[in-house]
Ligand binder design. Structure first.
Ligand SMILES: *Cc1c(COP(=O)(O)O)cnc(C)c1O
Length: 219
């Protein structure tokens, strides 16, 4: 089932790109593995997925040990006291939501001689999301974070609120793109989940974060 789901989702990504006139090779499929067993994750990896996302550090540490050949990324809220573990295993941290957290990641990355790639999480729907920079604080935060030598900001991430239809997510994705275009047009956009990734692709997503559609039936 997982293999079929991966194939279906690749086809849907391909179709969304065709519709929007986008080169499908630009899109990264990040497979979000929270709550999934090693067997399930291994099946996804065997189907050609090699970028895996987790949203709890403890779960990620355990799974990383068993599937170290994949490229692991952090998509969930990260507490500063977990930055030390995070820099050891993650290629990319999507969910940096304060300057203080970026500072701690910088400090821990320095200890292991790493430049940690990060994305800044933005609250595009202030009433619905718990974590992320408010738009008003984002520019100042970027200036501060740009001073840190051991973190490299690669782009922006957002989580659209739960909505009745995928189309309703469009304004949040389009807002993230506008912010990116203003701050740094070369940055990547991490946006779109199982219910709304096609809309996210149309709005310029570079990374789509997919969980249920890969691991569950009939999503
Ligand atoms: C769980 C999760 C996803 C994947 O969501 P699905 O609806 O299962 O595709 C993406 N991003 C984050 C931050 C998540 O926590």
């Amino acid at each position: 089932m997982i293999r079929e789901n991966v194939e279906k989702v690749r086809q849907r990504i391909f179709n969304a790109c065709a519709k929007a006139g986008i080169d499908p090779s630009k899109i990264t499929l990040l497979c979000v593995t929270k709550g999934r067993s090693i067997r399930e994750i291994q099946e996804a990896v065997n189907s050609g997925v090699n970028q895996l996302g987790e949203n709890r550090i403890q779960e990620a540490l355990e799974k990383y040990k068993l599937i170290p050949q994949a490229r692991w990324q952090m998509v969930g809220h990260l507490q500063s006291n977990k930055a030390k573990d995070a820099v050891k295993i993650f290629d990319l941290i999507h969910s940096v939501d304060t300057v203080a957290l970026a500072g701690e990641i910088n400090r821990q990355a320095a200890k292991i001689n790493k430049v940690q790639d990060i994305l800044l999480e933005v609250k595009t729907s202030p009433e619905d999301s718990k974590f992320g920079f408010k738009e008003t604080g984002l520019f100042d935060a970027c200036v501060e974070i740009a001073k840190l030598k051991q973190v490299a900001v690669k782009g922006l991430m957002t989580i659209a609120p739960a909505l009745d239809s995928p189309e309703q997510a469009r304004p949040y994705f389009s807002r993230l793109r506008q912010l990116r275009d203003k701050i740094n047009p070369n940055w990547l956009l991490s946006m779109g989940m199982s219910d709304d990734f096609e809309i996210a692709i149309e709005e310029g997503a570079d990374i789509v974060r997919l969980g249920r559609i890969i691991f569950e039936n009939n999503v």
